[in-house]
Design a protein around this ligand. Sequence first.
Ligand code: F0G
Length: 458
Amino acid sequence: MKTRTIAEPYKIKMVEPIKMTTREYRVEKIREAGYNTFLLKSEDVYIDLLTDSGTSAMSDWQWSGMMLGDEAYAGSRNFYNLEKAVQEIYGFQYVVPTHQGRAAEHITSQLRIKRGQYVPMNMYFTTTREHVERAGGIFYDCIIDEAHDAQNPHPFKGNVDVRKLQKLVDEKGADAIAYLSIAPCVNMAGGQPFSMANLREVAEWAKRYDLPIIFDATRAVENAYFIQQREPGYANKSVREILREMMSYGEGMTISSKKDNLVNIGGFLATNNEHFFAKAKEMVVVFEGLHTYGGLAGRDMEAIARGIYEMVDDAYIASRVRQVHYLGNRLLNAGIPIVVPIGGHAVFLDAKRFLPHIPQEQFPAQALAAALYVDSGVRAMERGIVSAGRDPKTGENRKPKLELVRLTIPRRVYTNLHMDVVAESCMALYEERDKIRGLRMVYEPESLRFFQARFEEL
Ligand code: F0G
């Protein structure tokens, strides 16, 4: 039987006009922005695939919940709704809200890392590693080698290589490790999931050395969906059940609610460790706000609580990931080099293969993202040498194997016709790829440089 089309499990109730601009206009705007798509004005963008962070469309149920915000300083009813949602869906007992994910990372890193301790992670994420390093910790990459190869089709490229963990313990001792920071659907690897079998193996290993797992659960639902689709034994389980099992292997989590949780702002940390919870509550009042709001309005916490229930709807999450794959498959069919397998939140153009004539020191991914904007007004993000930053010890540029441009799909925002426009723009650029030139960095901030760095065309 022919496979039938499955449409989005929602209809559109409100629309937001977007501006179409001319090529000359965009040439001017990208130059003014120093060839950094972070520095463009949103109103000059036609289709915004910069990030899936805080860009989701909320449902009518979430919006109506925002009218029920209890804006009390202490003990807001919306905090208790959030706590209940986290307990039911993620399975962690104690919750500390924060204004977004990096604030939860800040608190966790400061409280859990002793200077000089290692934090193994399945590949780095920019803000997570930054907070580890600010707390005196040392990032240790424990992801499988396949993850660093854009063309390797491994179905679970987010997996941890337990031999790498063992090597670290053999060399430095278990006391030299603060905790394991494990991310589902690894952002910098291309949105690649880990398998439940791998997570179980990691958890058993960690138990032997009494090392806790703290998830960066930012895109855990997308990972749960891949397990359902790809891993033997999970096809008949709901995403909700799979997520719950995943989280059961951890002591706690931090999260940016701006992704899976379907809201525009927010985050939290959650844990089953009572002592850590007490310490985190002490710290959140210094940096964020009282422990029952942590920098969020009551209405924001209500929207997160409702988003947490909506995100585990099987039809919703399937449609979300299918849209990402729709775009990815169009590019693959046109012979455009992208990271495979296609990830959960984004399609990643492989700038090394797209622009083989531009050496990594001339920022090929940055140049490609700028060229894409000029071609069609589509905004993407560099995830390569600029994002990787400098080694804090040597001051040298880190040279990641992956030099990527991320086309990140916001949740419930664009239609597949928008995806067609993006695909056609990538194809047009690929035909004319010889004309794209490298860049020179003319301004470089000290930390998280990709947000504000400026460039000129060579
Ligand atoms: N962890 C992961 C895996 C993330 O992708 C992000 C944010 C954070 C933590 C930090 O959360 O932004 O709420 O402070 N990623 C965004 C992105 C910025 O575009 O990938 P935040």
